[in-house]
Design a binder for this molecule. Sequence first.
Ligand code: HXC
Length: 272
Amino acid sequence: GNMPEDVDTDDCMTSYTHIYSPDLLKDQVAFITGGGSGIGLRVAEVLMRCLLIGPAPFLLQAAKKLTAATGRHCLPLATDVRQPQTISAAVDETLKELGRIDILINNAAGNFLCPASSLSFNAFKTVLEIDTMGTFNTSKVVYEKWFKDHGGAIVNISATLGYRGQALQVHAGSAKAANDAMTKHLAVEWGPSGVRVNALAPGPISGTEGFRRLGGNTAQAMGAFSSIPLQRAGNKTEMAHGVLFLASRASSYVTGHIMVADGGSWLTSAND
Ligand code: HXC
C-alpha cells in the first residue's frame, strides 16, 4: 500500500506521484553512471520528473524513453567508468551541452554470484575496477572539472553485502565496503568546497539485473523475503526516492552518510 509506482521492466512509469515538490531540482543537471537500465534508469526518471535537465552516460534508447516520459533533456553518453579519459570526455560534453553539473550518481556496477575459491584473480579485479575505481574515477573528474568551484552532491550506490560477509560475494562486498569508506573520505576532503558525498545501500530490488543475477526471483518464489522485516523486496522507485533525498537540498546538512534502504533485510537475513 505504501509502495510508490514502478514497472519491473526498463520502461518509464506510466504514472508517478511526486513525493517532493516537483521543482525540487529545477534547472539542475545530474550525471548518472549506469543510467541505461535498472536502478540507474529509474533514478534518472525520478530526478528528471523533478524538472531536472538530466544527462547521463547511457543508451540512446533509454534517453529517448526518458525524454518522452518526462519532457526533460537527456544526453546519452557512452563511457566506461574504468577509463578515466572516457569519463573526462563525457563530463566535458555535459558541461558544453548543459552548462553545469549539480548531482553525480555513481551507480555503474558489476556483480555475479561466485565462491571465492572459484573466483579468478581477474574476476575480483574486474569488479573492483568497475565498482570502486569507477566511483573514484568519476568522482574525481567531476570534482576537478566542476564541483571544486561550484559545489555539488554525490550519491554512491552501495550494498549491504559486506556487513555480514555474504557468501559468494567477496568481490562485490569488498568493492562496496571500499566505496563506503571512500564516501566518508571524500565527504571530509570536499565538504569545504560545498560538496556533499553520501551513499544509498539497497537491499533486494525487483526489476534489476542485480536481483536476477543474485537469485532474487528464486528467493521470492521460495518465500525467503518473509524473513525481511518489511517482508518484501523493494522497488526501483523506492531507491530513486532515497537518491533524490540524498542528492537534493532535502538533505542539505547530511554528508558522509551511508543510508540503508533494504526493508531491514540485512538485520535478519544472511542472504539479502
Ligand atoms: C565467475 C566471472 C563471471 C561469473 C565474469 N567472470 N562473469 N567469474 N562467475 N558469473 C570473470 C571472467 O571469467 C573474467 O575472468 C573476469 O570476470 C572479467 O570478465 P569479463 O566478461 O571479461 O568482464 P567485462 O566484460 O568487463 O564484464 C564485467 C562483468 C559483467 C562484471 C563481469 O558481468 C558485467 O558487465 N556486468 C554489468 C552488469 C551487472 O553486473 N549488473 C548487476 C549489478 S548488481 P578471467 O579470469 O576468465 O579473465 C550489483 C549490486 C550488488 O552490483 C548488490 C546487490 C544486493
